[in-house]
Design a protein around this ligand. Sequence first.
Ligand code: HPA
Length: 247
Amino acid sequence: MKSPHSQEKTLPIPTPHIEVDRLGIIADTVLMPGDPLRAKYIAENYLENPVQFNSVRNMLGYTGTYKGKKISVMGSGMGMASIGIYSHELYAFYDVKRIIRIGSCGAYSKDLNVYDVLLVDSAWSESSFAKAQGDIDDDVMLATPALNDEIAKVAERLGTKIHRGRIHSSDVFYRKNFKAFETIRDEHDCLAVEMESFALFEYAKVLGKEASCILTVSDSLVSGQVTTSEERQKAFTKMMEIALEMA
Ligand code: HPA
């Protein structure tokens, strides 16, 4: 195995985290839920002829077809460090063209209810990820506008109402000062919080790739509402169908 940091032109595959040794196994489009078991569920219930391509660290990945079109689905894990590793390897070493993250978020806005679906236009973060990765000082990273517009069209065709806007990609789930979210929301115009999009969008930007993120609201920091796992599954299905139809 070659070092993934190597400057050689040949691809360092398999990578330390994905055990696929050739191109063509992973599709151009990868759907990325945070939970690898969610990836397994999508593959087994929605894809035709799914074949598992990764089990390293149990970060399950599958390729199959949806309505005849080749597509992959793979877990990202939680947080920017984790999605950063997987998205970089998929984009840079496996020639993946677009990643659509499908995840959950906590609502910062009173206008968002649990189970609502949110298409992320941009992610603000306090994280040093972009600075450390690419010496980029921006604290906002953008989803790919054309891909987002296509996703919005698909949602409209399916009759699924979506919200659009900026979210907070947080470095921390458990904050000492819970109320800090109000300042972040008001100063940075964030509708909701999750922990991955900023890093995904940063890699898409520096590697010339496409990225989008569709989120289901799983809890509200404003109202204290939480979801049951059964209803979460139903709401998740709406989001996933948008992503699959898109692909
Ligand atoms: N914080 C961070 N990420 C999340 C949350 C949250 O409250 N809910 C769902 N993803």
